[in-house]
Design a protein around this ligand. Structure first.
Ligand SMILES: [Zn+2]
Length: 474
């Protein structure tokens, strides 16, 4: 029907056809790519049509102090998050078409009044050019990778006292190391330095350790000492922190993490955590769930060529939520199929680094984020620092500076959908209610909120809550 390589090439080709704006500078900048593919079975079910409906690139995340109370800034511009937001924009237009009597390639009337269902034979697949940041990126290096360039030393800290957790991490990693699903790319450098603090730190080996209070575990004669692929995402506050010890004990596994950002801390959860959440709540978000018969899940997640561990992906996307019960009808912890392609994204970090000549200066993450989605008006939306790329400082905060996938713009598209819906067709959750703000509309999505409460209680009690004052715009 389809292969991971076909999916990867559909996505890379789509990216190549986009205009230059927001793309990384050749041989000097790198970026990440993610996409949502609409899969439609042919009537005889022998072939499947693959269509990119949303594509995102981006590596950055803004800190807490740069967040906006107007919902007009993109906080998280990692490719995976941009691709999901673009897909929500696409689905909103598809619902708009459905409620206004036009044809939709996705939706048909559901069985409950005012609700819509995904057509039979239609499904969604998620592609990402690299292992998502956070938990899925933590796994042992193999073979030649497990030879650090220089001693990695342990730091004594209070967290190293957490013997139980360490033992847990150690045994899980040991299983990972010996597991049959283990795959890494051959050309991944174990000596890669961690980049800027705000970049999407895909799988790095961080050698730049604090040298204070250290206890050396370095044994110069021991070759292939096991070491770990690392993530730049930090454990969420109020929970266990990483032991930061040498080799396999650097990180905890299976925990929620926040993305690194320039300057102050970010409030954005790692892409591994967000994907795990979409695996239970669906990726449509709270607003669209008013209109939907049930959540929409990704049937598969395909990762491009690069460092990859099936076991780490499984842990991050499936195991952490598989025990969640008591979900409302229609919701389930049904994790996607996890696959890897053998084709590499030619703008990714590893590829650019291998081609780079030092006369070009240091390679860096591309600061822009591209969103493209299959909508009729202005499908392309290029941003930097959470605003439309190229806007002057003076224009920040104005309508022209807003990304079309910012919270406030997606909310306004949703309100247009509500306005276009005949009263008799309005979903019950939106009838006769005095709803005004983004927060009000999200909270009114009762079933979705119930599912989120269960997921939080049973799997992610430490998931940070968004400050309410950031969601009261309208
Ligand atoms: Zn990420």
């Amino acid at each position: 029907m389809w292969s991971p390589d076909e999916i990867a090439s559909v996505c890379y080709n789509h990216f190549n056809k986009l205009p230059k704006r927001g793309k990384p500078e050749t041989d000097r900048e790198w970026t990440l790519l993610a996409a949502v593919i609409l899969l439609t079975d042919s009537s005889d079910q022998k072939t499947v049509h693959k269509q990119v409906v949303s594509l995102g690139t981006g590596t950055k995340c803004i800190g807490q102090s740069a967040m906006s109370m107007k919902g007009d800034v993109l906080n998280d511009s990692h490719a995976e998050v941009i691709a999901r937001r673009g897909c929500v924009r696409y689905l909103t237009e598809q619902l708009y078409r459905a409620v206004s009597g036009q044809s939709s390639e996705v939706f048909c009337p559901g069985t409950d009044e005012g609700k819509w269902a995904v057509k039979p034979g239609v499904s969604f697949l998620f592609f990402t050019s690299q292992t998502p940041c956070g938990d899925a990126s933590i796994f042992p290096m193999t073979g030649s990778q497990a030879q650090p360039c220089e001693p990695v030393k342990a730091i004594q800290n209070e967290e190293s006292e957490r013997r139980g957790l360490k033992r847990h991490a150690e045994s899980e990693l040991e299983e990972t190391r010996q597991g049959p699903g283990m795959k890494t790319s051959d050309n991944h450098s174990s000596c890669r330095k961690s980049g800027d603090a705000d970049e999407h730190e895909v799988i790095t080996e961080n050698k730049e350790r604090n040298q204070l209070n250290e206890v050396s575990h370095y044994q110069p004669n021991v070759k292939k000492r096991p070491d770990l692929h690392r993530t730049g995402a930090k454990c969420v506050p109020d929970g266990p922190t990483d032991p930061l010890e040498a080799g396999l004990l650097y990180h905890n596994v299976g925990v929620l993490r926040v993305k690194p950002g320039r300057g102050d801390r970010t409030l954005s959860l790692s892409c591994s955590d967000k994907l795990a959440r979409w695996g239970v709540l669906g990726f449509q978000g709270a607003l669209l769930s008013h209109y939907l018969q049930g959540p929409i899940y990704f049937s598969s997640v395909v990762v491009g060529k690069g460092p990859y561990s099936h076991q780490a992906m499984q842990r991050a996307m499936k195991t952490r939520c598989s025990h969640v019960r008591a979900l409302p009808s229609g919701f389930s912890a049904r994790a996607p199929e996890l696959l890897q392609a053998s084709l590499e994204f030619t703008h990714n970090h590893t590829h650019i680094e291998s081609k780079h000549t030092h006369t070009l200066g240091r390679i860096s993450p591309c600061g822009a984020a591209i969103s493209w989605c299959a909508v009729s008006q202005q499908p392309l939306d290029v941003t930097a620092n959470g605003y439309k790329q190229g806007v002057t400082k003076k224009a920040l905060g104005t309508l022209q500076a807003r990304s079309l996938i910012s919270k406030v713009e997606l909310f306004h598209s949703f309100l247009k959908l509500v306005a276009a819906t005949e009263d008799s067709q309005l979903p019950e959750t939106l009838r006769g209610k005095d709803l005004r703000t983004y927060w009000d509309y999200k909270q009114a999505a009762g079933t979705y909120q119930q599912a989120w409460t269960q997921l939080r209680l049973q799997a992610f009690p430490l998931w940070p809550r968004s400050p309410r004052e950031l969601l009261l715009f309208y």
